[in-house]
Ligand binder design. Structure first.
Ligand SMILES: [Zn+2]
Length: 306
């Protein structure tokens, strides 16, 4: 087959395939609709929506939040950040979807090129050629559902961003990255380096302990300098939040922090009801008050899993 003929057939086949598959723009529009619905539920709940409660009046059911009253109180102030993350997620989805679809189409194109170059004039019934045709069919069929497959790898992206913003309101000082081996089935090559992040501690920028001079950034840098779990397609990692400096690696605690910890330990051992050692545990949220009280007097750290 002549090179000109190969190109002609390839263009014709590509046109047929493109008419069959969802475009990256269509897939993004569908994702945007899903995220918008989620955002509306978050707004109605003033927090992460947990469940719907119907009322007798026949109105729209109420959405109950699982984020606590401290988030509901601050919700209006957090809304611009939530909307900004919504916009970002949609934009990121579009760019990743274009890359993913482009890679899939590129692989198919290379396969077609190879196949057409091997087909002699007048065609052939050779077994090898038949096998190649079967291979091409196998590539085309999943391509028709690429958008569904891509979405399943991205479904948690926006809810994770929302949860991230709410978690920061609990005044954490750092987060520990926990790698999930399921990342190996992810479709974004960028997640290949997540294994190296396993168990690393990242500092929260401008947190209360840094402001008070009790902790330093540490060797892994700030949390906002790396991607977050679920941002990259197929990432299943998670963050474990750290709320007090006694749960930090020693090299992230300053001299002042160490002496403050020592002071609290001595006070705890002596059982002296001194002034609350707030400086090592940070500002309290309503829901964390009892937990942090127990923590102070049992010497146990407070960390919460996302
Ligand atoms: Zn990951």
């Amino acid at each position: 087959m002549s090179p000109g003929h190969v190109q002609e057939i390839k263009i014709a086949i590509s046109k047929i395939i493109l008419s069959m598959v969802t475009s990256a723009d269509e897939a993004t529009a569908s994702y945007e609709r899903i995220c918008k619905e989620f955002l509306n539920r978050v707004i109605r709940a003033k927090g992460t929506p947990a469940r719907m409660i119907s009322n007798d009046l026949g109105d729209e059911p109420d959405v109950i939040s699982s984020s606590g009253k401290h988030i509901a109180r601050k919700f209006d102030a957090l809304l611009p950040a939530l909307k900004a993350r919504f916009e970002w997620c949609v934009m990121n989805y579009k760019s990743e979807a274009q890359d993913y679809l482009g890679t899939q189409l590129g692989q198919l194109d290379a396969m077609l090129q190879q196949f057409l170059e091997q087909v002699p004039v007048g065609g052939t019934k050779e077994n090898a050629i038949r096998r190649r045709i079967t291979g091409i069919k196998r590539e085309i069929l999943p391509l028709a559902k690429w958008d569904q497959r891509f979405y399943t790898h991205k479904a948690m992206s926006f809810p994770s961003e929302v949860e991230f913003i709410f978690c920061l309101e609990g005044n954490p000082v750092a987060a520990i990255w926990h790698y999930n081996p399921l990342d190996e089935q992810g479709i974004d090559p960028k997640i290949q380096n997540h294994k190296q992040r396993d168990s690393l501690v990242f500092a929260v920028r401008d947190n209360w302990a840094i402001i008070k001079g009790l902790m330093r950034v540490g060797p892994n840098g700030y949390l906002d300098e790396v991607s977050r779990p679920s941002q990259e397609a197929g990432c299943m990692c998670r963050l474990q939040w750290v709320y007090s400096i006694n749960r930090l690696p020693a090299n992230m605690v300053t001299e002042k922090g160490h002496s403050e910890l020592k002071r609290v330990q001595v006070a705890t051992r002596a059982g002296v009801e001194t002034q609350k050692p707030k400086s090592v545990t940070g500002p309290e949220t309503e829901q964390g008050r009892l937990r942090s009280w127990l923590r102070r007097w049992t010497g146990r750290g407070n960390h919460r899993t996302k």
